[in-house]
Design a protein around this ligand. Structure first.
Ligand code: NAI
Length: 334
């Protein structure tokens, strides 16, 4: 039976990488009925919002979505539709697996870690105001419920994925209450999972350790802001934003998207690397129970990257988005 999946191509390079991903999934014979919906810049004029209600409702109904990046103006303008989607669908857990890719040259080998990021609160609560002219305030909200459920998610995920160690990243030396609550919940959860080692690191020291010895890390458990920053850092360990996948998971819905943004500097030129979205689509196929298809596509991706003949410019190659996608389709059929 076909899987019904919402596809949001998104802004900037979004439509280009989405076209590449569709080509690979269709080429690999996965039976997906795509429900393509616009969100982002394309809907502002018609609906007056980046995130029309019918988009949220359709994802809620079908339960699964694959999304390209959405542009958010910096400093002024409307609130992030990405944050809006995560909050409205209660996609509380963001999962970003980072694994060295054969053939993609970086400074590191043997990186194999997962960032688990709390996705709904912290400084992303978006509650900001001007106290008096020249003084503004942004509230960091932490709740016991959200801290506890992201900890439980991380420990359950560790068990399921056969991972051994969780490290909480924090700044509880400064933010004693908010990050203190996060750590208390993680420690209490850790007591119920004696088979998983648990440790903590201050996020700045962790950043240094990550660029010196990334192979020492397994699962990084982070509140929202640290998880956002650390996952770009960890994407850099394996070849950059073009190759890093992600998933936003809740109790009833799942939304899969690459770590990267809309890359306005290269948009519209057919140059973008679709690997991040493609590997996100593989996480989606795992979620849908299409494990064999997911593995076949991953093998195709790794084969093309290792061979190095059809890689995109961010990885030192000359291929365009669709040439790379076609090479992956061919490799999946070998
Ligand atoms: P970005 O990730 O769009 O780009 C950063 C750099 O990485 C650029 O040089 C870009 O060319 C390169 N890059 C990114 N993805 C690539 C790909 N697939 N292939 C090749 N090169 C790639 O980050 P930036 O410029 O900070 O953000 C641009 C916009 O995207 C902003 O409006 C931001 O809010 C939004 N954004 C959206 C996200 C989402 O929808 N989940 C996530 C991150 C940013």
């Amino acid at each position: 039976m076909a899987h019904n999946v919402v596809l949001i191509p998104g802004d900037g390079i979004g439509p280009e990488v989405s076209a590449g991903v569709r080509r690979v999934l269709d080429g690999a014979g996965v039976d997906i009925q795509w429900v393509e919906l616009e969100a982002g810049a394309a809907t502002i004029e018609q609906y007056g919002t980046q995130l029309p209600d019918h988009v949220v409702e359709t994802i809620r109904k079908l339960g699964v979505a694959l999304k390209g990046p959405l542009t958010t103006p910096i400093g002024t303008g409307f609130a992030s539709a990405n944050v809006g989607l995560r909050k409205r669908l209660d996609l509380y857990a963001c999962l970003r697996p980072v694994r060295s890719i054969p053939g993609v040259k970086t400074r590191y080998e043997n990186v194999d870690l997962v960032v688990v990021r709390e996705n709904t609160e912290g400084l992303y609560s978006g509650i900001e105001h001007e106290v008096v002219p020249g003084v503004v305030e942004s509230l960091k909200i932490s709740t016991e419920r959200a801290c506890r459920r992201i900890s439980e998610f991380a420990f359950n995920y560790a068990r399921k994925a056969g991972r051994k160690r969780i490290t909480s990243l924090h700044k509880a030396n400064i933010m004693k209450m908010t990050d203190g609550l996060f750590l208390r919940c993680a420690r209490e959860t850790a007591e119920r999972f004696p088979d998983i080692q648990y440790g903590e690191l201050i996020v700045d020291a962790a950043s240094m350790r990550l660029v010196q010895h990334p192979e020492q890390f397994d699962i990084l458990l982070c509140e929202n802001l640290y998880g956002d920053i650390i996952s770009d850092l960890t994407a850099g360990l394996i070849g950059g934003l073009g190759v890093a996948p992600g998933a936003n998971l809740g109790e009833t819905c799942a939304l899969f998207e690459a770590v990267h943004g809309s890359a306005p500097d290269i948009a519209g030129r057919g140059l973008a690397n679709p690997t991040g979205m493609l590997l996100s689509a593989c996480l989606m196929l795992d979620h849908l129970g299409e494990i064999t298809a997911a593995e076949r596509i991953r093998r195709g991706v790794y084969h093309v990257l290792e061979e190095g003949k059809h890689t995109t410019r961010d990885l030192g190659g000359t291929a365009g988005t669709l040439e790379y996608a076609d090479a992956v389709v061919a490799a999946c059929q070998e």
